[in-house]
Design a protein around this ligand. Structure first.
Ligand code: SF4
Length: 758
């Protein structure tokens, strides 16, 4: 039997603090996984479902985008993947009766955790203008409502079509096709908020905005640098890959403001050693200040240049461009400035250099710790400089590895979910489908919020996700959403975004990854692309949570038929047989030739990557580009801290699975701020004191997150950390990374105001 959802919100403002852990996974993770899965799914369904996650004939984990190994265990999932599956395959249901009992004003007062615990949405629901309760609505009427609002717009550019990273390749391809035939490139996605900085930097420097390594490259590496990333919580099976790499002789340097349990030691529950001692992963921990990474890599580059024989001169001469300007900038790097920017010691950096020089094959992995600063794009470009210098791109065991956080976020971009599509992509669409797609760039996430705020966008359609909780500047974002004429969410579960609505609102319930997808031609599967560019099939087996659900491809095709009655595209055929969508993808997107045939291979196939496969760099210069940006790092006014927003271990993006952060020693609460004990002493903040976090930004607007408990924690000096989405309210909409426009959620200047002392 599955447990019932909590009837009321648990107390959340009295978190307890115990000592942080120094290892990840092990038996506690197995216990925790099974407990949570049983509560949501019951015993039998737990067994049936978890054994199919990430299997060759099963479904892709709806969690992160970490790739599957060639040889798979029977249990090929991590604790957080199991939680994601359990939340989707839950036996709990959110029915029309639930909505009758809970007006929107009531739901708006609930926590994200409580909303998520209620279970799967079962019916399309409609909130009429002026109403306070969602009512059930037929699918036909739902599409009519959307059609009424879309066709009433003065321009297609008054509509915004957002995508979250769970959407399959097939659904994403149809969705962008619909938006472009409708007439807009307003296709913001969750990538705008996470790895856009990686895409911007990599496209400019190596010509492909994706990582250049496969899983085997990690196993062949001599050195793996993991920077600004916490794989123990956010990509847990990466720990198995790191363990295997270490067993093969690799060294690991982790670069992070916080020590994270997963990078200290991994107790792999699949191995006997994992049940006892575990494996130490990190050889060298660089406890860097937030935003100091560009300075670190710049100095390392100077030191490499100054070491005889350390530069791969043949590679640089044959494959790169811009070396001289880069080398001049690197030689000017200053030790004192770097120590100030990074908070590291000279010995730390000298030890790092030794390890770098000892390595012939180096991989650099990173995540949001590098991508969410004002100077993130030049930071990642500096990482590329670092790798190019020693020929570490296009060589087995070496390369760039931006680790993606949502299961198909990379695939959605490949399918054309992008507000700034390349002309070649639009040309291919035009040739294949015979309509002229719009050429003007659309809105990314930040620009979409501004457009909604300013009344320039009136319809907001979200394919998945929890937009208001994921976005920065919560108050501004919520006010912007409320100005819309219509907000529509394609969702599996209830979340905060359903409670912050336009004048009219729709919730369209959809199938999850775990569920059987039956269409006119029979049972369908979908495909996804992982963080390393491998494409494979995903087949759900469970009966759908309700007979009223539609798949995402079906929702798009029916929407298109209602909104674009004159369309010559075979939308009904696409819905009936997803193979016909894949045939069209093969015609439009490079690398997908014979898509239907190749995806029949249970292991999937690798998309081509010119820098990795042939050391060919499709950039403007035809070479890999060295770059030479000025070094930047955050400057902190006296008495202030630099805050990073992050996830707890009981959290996946904006989905809150529970109220504990086991690895960091936080229990039963989320409103905590982690502060270095020395900083807390300087600021006169006792352990356990309650503070308001007050954001300081050049627009002079006071942004306040009240009632956080101070936890003394060994984070880098001057750097604090607290969970999102609670602290998104502190991230100004206009505080974004240069070039990529990604919210700068890892460098928020705050003051801590004591609020109560109990
Ligand atoms: S590592 Fe990521 S993809 Fe794999 S099981 Fe865990 S959450 Fe799912």
């Amino acid at each position: 039997m599955a447990a019932k959802p909590p009837a009321s919100d648990p107390v959340q403002d009295a978190p307890q603090v115990v000592a942080p852990q120094h290892h990840a996974a092990g038996l506690p993770a197995v216990k925790h996984t099974l407990k949570m899965a049983r509560e949501q799914m019951g015993v039998k369904r737990t067994a049936l479902t978890l054994l199919r996650v990430n299997q060759k004939d099963g479904f892709d984990c709806p969690g992160c985008a970490w790739p599957e190994p060639e040889h798979r265990h029977a249990a090929e999932f991590c604790e957080n993947g199991a939680k994601a599956v359990a939340e989707e395959a839950t036996l709990r249901r959110v029915t029309p009766e639930f909505f009758a009992a809970h007006p929107v004003t009531d739901l708006a007062g609930r926590s994200g955790y409580w909303l998520g615990q209620q279970g799967r949405l079962t019916h399309p629901m409609y909130l009429a203008e002026g109403a306070d309760r969602y009512e059930p609505v037929t699918w036909e009427r739902a599409f009519d409502i959307i059609g009424e609002e879309l066709t009433a717009l003065a321009s297609p550019d008054e509509a915004v079509f957002y995508t979250s990273g769970r959407t399959s390749n097939e659904a994403a391809f149809l969705y962008q096709l619909f938006a472009r035939e409708f007439g807009t490139n307003n296709l913001p996605d969750c990538s705008n908020m996470c790895h856009e900085s990686s895409g911007s930097a990599l496209t400019e420097t190596i010509g492909v905005g994706k990582g250049s390594v496969l899983l085997e490259d990690l196993y062949k590496a001599d050195l793996i640098i993991v920077a600004g990333q916490n794989p123990g919580t956010n990509h847990p099976r990466m720990l198995s890959a790191l363990e295997k790499a270490k067993a093969g002789g690799a060294k690991i340097i982790s670069v992070n403001p916080l020590p994270e349990a997963g990078l200290e030691k991994f107790k792999n529950p699949q191995t006997p050693k994992g049940l006892t001692k575990g494996a130490t992963l990190t050889d060298l921990f660089l406890q860097i200040r937030l935003g100091g990474d560009q300075a670190l890599f710049r100095l390392l580059n100077k030191l490499i240049l100054a070491t005889d024989g350390a530069t791969d001169e043949a590679f640089v001469a044959e494959h790169t461009h811009g070396f001289e300007a880069f080398a001049e900038a690197a030689r000017a790097a200053d030790w004192d400035e770097t120590l100030k920017a990074t908070g590291l010691s000279r010995a730390d950096i000298e030890r790092t250099l030794e390890m770098v020089l000892a390595s012939r094959r180096t991989v650099v992995c990173w995540a949001m710790g590098l991508t969410q600063h004002k100077h993130s794009v030049p930071t990642i470009r500096e990482v590329v400089n670092f790798l190019l210098l020693r020929g570490n791109i296009g060589r087995p065991g070496a390369g760039v590895c931006p680790v993606r956080g949502h299961s198909n976020v990379q695939g959605d971009r490949t399918m054309g979910i992008f507000e700034r599509p390349a002309p070649a992509f639009l040309d291919a669409l035009e040739k294949e489908f015979g309509f002229a797609p719009p050429r003007e760039h659309g809105y990314d996430v930040v620009r979409a919020i501004r457009a909604l705020r300013d009344g320039e966008a009136k319809v907001f359609f979200a394919m998945g996700g929890n937009f208001v909780s994921a976005s920065p500047d919560t108050d501004v974002t919520e006010a912007a959403m409320r100005r819309a004429r219509l907000t529509v969410h394609v969702s599996t579960k209830l979340n905060r975004s359903h409670t912050v609505t336009g004048a009219r609102a729709l919730i369209l319930p959809t199938l999850g990854r775990t569920e059987r997808d039956l269409q006119g031609s029979g049972e369908q599967f979908v495909t996804v692309e992982d963080s390393m560019g491998m494409v494979h099939a995903s087949r759900g087996r469970l009966e759908p949570a309700s007979r009223h659900l539609l798949s995402e491809p079906a929702i798009v095709t029916r929407l298109a038929r209602r909104v674009l009655p004159g369309s010559a595209l075979p939308w009904a055929e696409f819905e009936k047989d997803y193979a016909t969508i894949r045939d069209r993808i093969a015609q439009v997107i490079p690398g997908f030739d014979d898509f239907n045939a190749r995806v029949a291979d249970p292991a999937g196939f690798a998309l081509p990557h010119a820098p990795r496969d042939e050391r060919r760099f499709p950039t403007a210069t035809g070479k890999a580009n060295f770059t030479a940006a000025p070094v930047e790092y955050p400057h902190l006014p006296k008495g202030r801290l630099l805050l990073q927003t992050l996830r707890s271990h009981d959290q996946y993006n904006t989905t809150i699975y529970g109220l504990d952060d086991r690895y960091r020693g936080i229990r039963n609460g989320r409103r905590v701020v982690l502060v270095n004990a020395e900083d807390a002493k300087d600021l006169d903040l006792a352990e356990g004191a309650y503070v308001d976090l007050v954001g300081e930004w050049s627009d002079g607007v006071e942004r306040r997150a009240p009632g956080f408990r101070v936890v003394h924690y060994p984070t880098a000096r001057g750097c604090a950390a607290a969970y999102y989405p609670e602290t998104n309210v502190l991230v100004p909409l206009d505080a974004t990374a240069d070039t990529s426009n990604t919210p700068a959620s890892k460098s928020v200047v705050v003051r801590l105001e004591q609020s109560r002392t109990d």
